[in-house]
Design a binder for this molecule. Structure first.
Ligand code: GAP
Length: 525
């Protein structure tokens, strides 16, 4: 089902984070050209966002890093790129036509519609993920809940299917209805046979995909967090059905790793999350399947390695009643947003649900011949890492967004920075501009470089700090004589002097973290 996020009241934000709001982040993203409302000249379009020049670079970098880590650097996971509209039977087989819905409340008077669980959470301050329609109606009656738009009476709750419908071909009839995919996962299942055969993978193996997904969310909100068009990076990891309890990649180091987990029991008892090792989580039967442990550790560490502070990450176990129709078990990786702890990543044990469903509906054999037992088996998806690109983007931006004295600094790690290096002439005259431009033209063949002559040097540094450019190079009058330049570090604002001939190699080493800034040249402040 849809991601079941909630605002759990644990682990208080630090003082510095309290003041940050999602509106401030949205306004920062707009002013820096990272993300802005779609169709803004027509007043915007709720739930749709466009990425601008800076934003698209960061978003592409996130996707690149994920693909590199989980596909290109592994021998057991292969990639695909499927269509966003598929045969409509796919969504009947997957259960989405029947069950991919959220509870909806409609106002008797103004006819405005609202998402029932959000209204209850916002008004009563309780978590109601996976709530039944009867329970919604009970709570509406008990607490006399009214329409949030006009105060009118609410009609009985009903299910609202989140899939966008369209018609394929020139005829608009029931027979031509198709759906825009609400998750990338199903295309992996429908392509399973071809990919398994062509890639000659043996169980266990995974198939990954990055692409767009569409959900007609009842109430899109919190900027990029809940939108109607977004991107997902997903893996379906297929395991022999008799071997879901054995994961050869689960090392002692992973088991020793400490992690903050908000368990199902803690949620039921309304207590806090707690820190434990993955081993403890498995010994206590909180994480029941070693593949979930392994992939949770990999996806969690992916965030940490790309700079997210661990204090802002935790795992949350899904409660029985909120499990999606396909899931045997599920964990979220949650990020501490300004509006509370919310899901940025979903990790479900989908068992053999999807392949079995598609076999039944398509009448095609999707089983795999197991050499060891000489038997055909239907593989189980022991873990489905499902990452939203836009929520990852939002988490990376919020985590890196820093206010320091007079400046705003986006402390993104170089791999995610939209521009890696900016080159400035101190003045536009006396040949400084030409020398700086020549340097920029040389560097940009190797490193994403930006050239800027507008405004004071201080303003130019500030603009680069604000969008996360890690290093700036300034050509001044000394550069004309000594063929050197000033190199400035974004985070410390420290500067060194460096020979122009050494710049490319030094920058490459700095960006690859092979040297630290203090070793980059002769200090000048
Ligand atoms: N295939 C499983 C699946 O789609 P999900 O929890 O519904 O599971 C996975 O979605 C991820 O997709 C979420 O963790 C989130 O990052 C992203 N996502 C889901 N709905 C979204 C929305 N309306 N807007 C932005 N991202 C969303």
């Amino acid at each position: 089902m849809t991601d079941k996020t909630k605002d759990n009241k644990t682990t208080k934000p630090k003082d510095t984070e309290k003041s940050l709001t999602i509106a401030e982040i949205a306004s920062y993203c707009k002013s820096t050209g990272m993300v802005f409302p779609n169709s803004e000249i027509y007043g915007g379009f709720a739930g749709f966002w466009d990425y601008g020049p800076r934003g698209v670079e960061i978003k592409n970098a996130i996707k690149r890093e994920w693909w590199r880590t989980f596909v290109q650097q592994r021998d057991d996971i292969v990639g695909i790129d499927g269509t966003t509209i598929t045969h409509p039977k796919v969504w009947v087989a997957s259960g989405h036509v029947e069950s991919f819905s959220d509870p909806l409340l409609e106002c008797e008077k103004c006819k405005q519609r609202t998402r029932a669980d959000h209204l209850i959470e916002d008004t009563l301050k309780i978590s109601v993920d996976g709530i039944s329609l009867d329970k919604v109606n009970d709570l509406v009656k008990k607490h006399n809940l009214k329409c949030p738009f006009c105060g009118g009476a609410l009609l009985d709750a009903r299910k609202f299917n989140l899939m966008f419908k369209t018609h394929v071909g020139p005829t608009e009839a029931d027979s031509t209805v198709a759906y825009l995919r609400p998750e990338t996962a199903q295309v992996i299942f429908t392509d399973f046979r071809q990919v398994a055969d062509i890639s000659r993978q043996k169980l266990p193996f995974g198939i990954a995909q990055i692409g767009r997904a569409y959900r007609n969310e009842i109430s899109p909100r919190d900027f990029l967090f809940r939108s109607r068009e977004f991107e997902q990076m997903e893996i379906e990891y297929f395991v022999h059905p008799d071997k879901t309890g054995e994961c050869q990649y689960l090392t002692k180091d992973i088991l020793k790793q400490k992690i903050r987990i908000y368990t199902e029991v803690a949620q039921q008892e309304d207590t806090d999350d707690s820190v434990m090792t993955f081993k403890e989580a498995m010994d206590e039967n909180i994480i029941k399947n070693p593949w979930l442990t392994y992939f949770l550790s990999q996806q969690y560490n992916w965030f940490v390695n790309l700079g997210i502070k661990e204090e802002n990450l935790r795992l949350r176990q899904h409660r029985e009643e909120e499990l999606a129709h396909y899931a045997k078990g599920c964990f979220d990786i949650e990020y501490r947003f300004p509006f509370g702890w919310k899901e940025i990543h979903g990790m479900a044990d989908r068992s053999a649900f999807d392949l079995t469903q598609h076999m039944a509906h398509s009448k095609k054999d999707l089983s795999i011949f197991d050499e060891e037992t000489k038997k055909k088996v239907i593989p189980c998806v022991a873990a489905e890492p499902s990452q939203g690109v836009d929520r990852a983007f939002l988490a990376f931006i919020i985590d890196a967004y820093t206010k320091e004295d007079e400046r705003t600094v986006l402390k993104l790690i170089p791999e995610l920075a939209p521009i890696k290096i900016a080159v400035f002439p101190l003045m536009k005259k006396d040949g400084l501009k030409e020398k700086a431009e020549e340097l920029h033209n040389t560097l940009k063949k190797h490193i994403i470089s930006f050239f800027d002559t507008a405004g004071s040097i201080g303003k130019r540094y500030a603009r680069m700090d604000e969008i996360g450019c890690p290093y700036c190079v300034t050509i001044d009058y000394d550069s004309l004589e000594k063929d050197d330049a000033t190199l400035r570090d974004r985070d410390s604002t420290k500067q060194v002097r460096i020979q122009i001939k050494d710049l490319k190699t030094t920058l490459e080493k700095l960006l690859a973290k092979e040297i630290t800034f203090k070793d980059a040249g002769k200090p000048i402040n």
